[in-house]
Design a binder for this molecule. Structure first.
Ligand code: F6P
Length: 547
């Protein structure tokens, strides 16, 4: 295939960028009263408005020409049908099979995986029912009141974000999450827990991750120091993993292991057994609604034509800003407290997937790939970093997410929240001209010299792009829907950039070096094998940590 930046579709976009980059969205809205209708899509309970972007109909056409040209449609089909699209690890990528709603076979290397998925869901359901009903008892015969998910990365961020997002649906044991190697996190959580009523869920795809095994080992020690008998571990520790042997070696009965498979990527694993802590907290029926919501997004992604396909539009708008406008970051701004971990979750989802500079053919790319993903919930962000979004020198495309119906109605709170939500995207788009700023200052009765001095500071260029996602209500189904749209966006962008979105080799070097340093620290001698800075720091640490 001809290289990305030399392809006619890319060149057409470049030319279009040159001729359209000075257009102001204000003028585009003024010129077309149908712009919102043209550039918005309703999918179930979700309204996706992308009209506040620096695009015309021609931009969308050219972006979708590029999408078709780069084989996104074919690769999408390869993913859904179990092709080994994770080429470096020679694996299928089938988180979509975990949420498939019917029995249509999906083959991985000749084996239909749908029966495996069904069996696992059944095992999760039985277990959840047992624990939630109180039939599953701790070592003193008391029911489980608290669960602690011990994992990191995809084995933590997914269940943690989803459990938090669905807090108002929790009617089972209270979920807690431990991920950090810093023992402070585990200590602070254990401080308030009772070993007799606590269930530990050790979540690790590989069951080799240092932080997780460290935390799990310490949790087990804490438990045994209270329970006093190794036999009781079976009632208080379960594992979620693909590595049966690792689980057994750790001392967890394989009966208490909930399996998933190498075709489920860590950052796409919350739909698998990795979601057990969520299922225990909200019940299996609701967990299955969450899967069904994601499936609705899968069907949309697979069947809607590119010009009306939400993840494809999200992805191609991202390409437009990343590769043509040179934007290096993308903000995700949920105006919903329950979604406060949503940006962090997709920080891993996106940056671990598309933070790559080598193409699938093994050569360095000569164009920008994955953006930096960041964000905080609104309205807090408005009082922190929105200044830069509105008046800074950097263009930051933003995703705004909110729900029409609050789950905790309280006085005027929701009206205030949602008014700010709408106002921000309007302000980013419209801006305020110098003339408008002057008129406003004059209306306040300021002297002409003050008006002239202040007006430039009160001017907003506007023309700053945003997408709006308006959900009817934050339900398990709608959360699944929203998350799967973002997942598919990542897939489409990775395909355009010709990188493998499903490995994460960039995390390995640091892990290896940490192991060497750990040995050195245990030996306690003077560090000499590193660069001067690293040697100096290690030696200073050895000295400073003595008393
Ligand atoms: O180090 C990165 C990573 O491999 C992530 O991709 C993954 O989500 C996380 O570590 C945890 O891995 P595991 O589930 O195997 O413990």
């Amino acid at each position: 295939m001809i290289s990305l930046t030399r392809s006619p579709a890319w060149e057409a976009l470049l030319e279009h960028y040159r001729e359209s980059c000075d257009l102001h969205m204000r003028d585009l809205f003024n010129a077309d009263s149908e712009r919102f209708a043209k550039f918005s899509i309703q999918l179930g309970d979700l309204l996706f408005d992308y009209s506040k972007n620096r695009i015309t109909q021609k931009t969308v056409t050219l972006l979708m020409d590029l999408l078709r040209d780069r084989g996104v449609i074919e690769r999408r089909e390869a993913m859904f049908s179990g092709g080994h699209i994770n080429v470096t690890e020679d694996r299928a990528v089938l988180h979509v099979a975990l949420r498939q709603q019917d029995e249509t076979p999906v083959y991985v290397d000749g084996e239909n995986v749908i029966p495996l998925v069904r069996q696992m869901l059944k095992k999760m359901r039985d277990f959840c029912d047992h624990v939630r009903s109180g039939e599953w008892k701790g070592y003193t015969g008391q029911p489980i009141t608290d669960i602690v998910n011990i994992g990191i990365g995809g084995s933590d961020l997914g269940p943690q974000m989803v459990a938090q997002a669905l807090t108002s649906y929790v009617d089972g044991p209270r979920p807690h999450f431990v991920s950090n190697a810093d023992g402070t996190q585990l200590s602070e959580i254990l401080r308030n827990l009772d070993p007799r009523t606590t269930l530990f869920i050790v979540a690790s795809k590989t069951f080799t991750t240092q932080e997780t095994l460290l935390n799990a080992g310490s949790a087990k020690k804490w438990f045994l120091s209270r329970a006093g008998n190794e036999e009781f571990v079976a009632k208080h520790f379960v594992a979620l993993s693909t590595n049966r042997e690792g689980v057994q070696n750790f001392g967890i009965d394989p009966e208490n292991m909930f399996e998933f498979w190498d075709w489920v990527g860590g950052r796409y694993s919350v739909w698998s057994a990795i979601g057990l802590s969520v299922a225990l907290a909200i019940g299996m029926d609701r967990f299955e609604e969450f899967l069904a919501g994601a499936h609705e997004a899968d069907v949309h992604f697979r069947t809607a034509q590119p010009e009306r396909n939400i993840p494809m539009l999200m992805a191609m708008l991202g390409i437009w800003y990343n590769n043509f406008y040179g934007c290096g970051t993308q903000a995700i701004l949920p105006y919903n407290q329950y979604l406060s971990r949503f940006p962090a979750y997709f920080q891993q989802g996106d940056m671990e997937s598309n933070g790559k500079s080598i193409s699938v053919d093994g050569v360095p790319v000569n164009y920008g790939t994955g953006p930096i993903i960041w964000g905080e919930p609104g309205t807090n962000g408005q009082h922190a970093f929105f200044q830069l979004l509105h008046q800074g020198t950097k263009l930051v495309p933003c995703d705004f997410i909110a729900c029409a119906q609050p789950l905790n109605p309280m006085g005027k709170h929701h009206t205030v929240l949602i008014s700010n939500f709408f106002a921000q995207t309007e302000a980013l788009m419209r801006g305020r001209t110098l003339a408008e700023a002057k008129a406003e200052l004059e209306a306040q009765g300021l002297a002409p010299n003050r008006v002239s001095a202040l007006a430039p500071h009160k001017t907003f260029t506007g023309n700053r792009p945003s997408n709006t996602f308006l959900l009817k209500r934050l339900t398990p189904f709608n959360l699944g829907l929203l998350m799967a749209l973002y997942e598919h966006k990542i897939f489409v962008q990775g395909t355009i950039w010709n990188i493998n979105s499903f490995d994460q080799m960039g995390v390995e070097l640091g892990k290896q070096l940490a192991k060497n340093i750990q040995t050195e620290l245990a030996e306690g001698g003077r560090a000499t094998r590193h660069d001067a800075s690293t040697n100096g720091l290690i030696n200073a640490y050895q000295h400073m940590s003595r008393d």
